[in-house]
Design a binder for this molecule. Structure first.
Ligand SMILES: Nc1ncnc2c1ncn2[C@@H]1O[C@H](COP(=O)(O)OP(=O)(O)O)[C@@H](O)[C@H]1O
Ligand SMILES: [Mg+2]
Length: 246
């Protein structure tokens, strides 16, 4: 469903990714891990055309992303939603109106119909009780869930999350994990999770790609990740960077 084929990109004079290949299967949860600054965000930004690789190919459902103009990229971003680290909601309107906004914009529905639909999306992520709250009164975990509901209004085929559990308390983080592995997986949404939250990666339990020094250091299931003898992988899991990383 998503293919990265020998992607290389240099940013700020530094090669960030050098020939990275990976493919994400339809309906799976795929985690991208690695230490800070390794290129995880760069990887998913390229997938929605926010950054352009120097060489290599990226396909989303067979369509070459690197060749898309802005109009086609806009279409791609509806098929492939992205939830950024800062869940950007408008504090000047209620949660339900935040979620109704893209429904009104893209489907042209009148406000009350858009709101009705928005309530359905809030219910799907389990936060319909927050509909008439002001986002500024919510903690980061609940804001994140509302932002996911808003992303779902586009009925995306895939959702990308950048560091979704960073800044969340453990309870909120587990809620996020449960949403990914529960309703969203059941609906068949392909999900790519960029994370350095080891607990969350094991909770989610999909396939994992580890980036290290511009390349793919590990690609496999979380079980294989847990059993890996690679000191770089072990360092990441145990939170001990080891000599090599210092
Ligand atoms: N738009 C940009 N311009 C220049 N350098 C960038 C840009 N985006 C990211 N970088 C650099 O690319 C490297 C990887 O960044 P990033 O993908 O954000 O790391 P992380 O794995 O923590 O998400 C970092 O060294 C970062 O400074
Ligand atoms: Mg990042």
């Amino acid at each position: 469903m998503i293919e990265f084929d020998r992607i290389s990109i240099t940013l700020g004079g530094r090669p960030v990714l050098t020939g990275v290949s990976a493919s994400v299967r339809e309906g799976e949860v795929f985690c991208i891990i690695g230490k800070s600054g390794v290129g995880k965000s760069v990887m998913i930004k390229q997938l929605v055309g926010l950054l352009q690789p120097d060489s290599g190919s990226i396909r989303f459902e067979g369509d070459e992303v690197t060749a898309m103009d802005e109009r086609r990229l806009a279409g791609l971003r509806r098929r492939c939603g992205m939830v950024f680290q800062q869940a950007t909601l408008f504090d000047s309107m209620t949660c339900v109106d935040n979620v109704a906004l893209p429904i009104r914009k893209h489907l042209g529905l009148p406000p009350h119909r858009a709101r009705e639909r928005a309530l359905g999306y809030l219910a799907r992520v389990g936060v319909e009780h927050l509909a008439y709250r002001d986002p500024s009164t919510l903690g980061p975990g609940l804001r994140k869930l509302v932002a996911i509901a808003r992303t779902m209004t586009m009925e995306p085929r895939a959702i990308l999350y950048d560091e979704p559990t960073t800044g969340l308390d453990p309870l909120a983080a587990r809620k996020f994990d449960a949403l990914v592995t529960g309703p969203l997986t059941e609906e068949g949404v392909t999900q790519v999770v960029v994370s350095h939250d080891v607990r969350s990666i094991f909770d989610i339990g999909g396939r994992v790609l580890m980036l290290h020094e511009g390349g793919v250091r590990f690609l496999g299931t979380v079980q294989e990740l847990a059993n890996s003898a690679d000191p770089v992988v072990r360092g990441f899991i145990t939170g001990d960077p080891g000599k090599e990383e210092q």
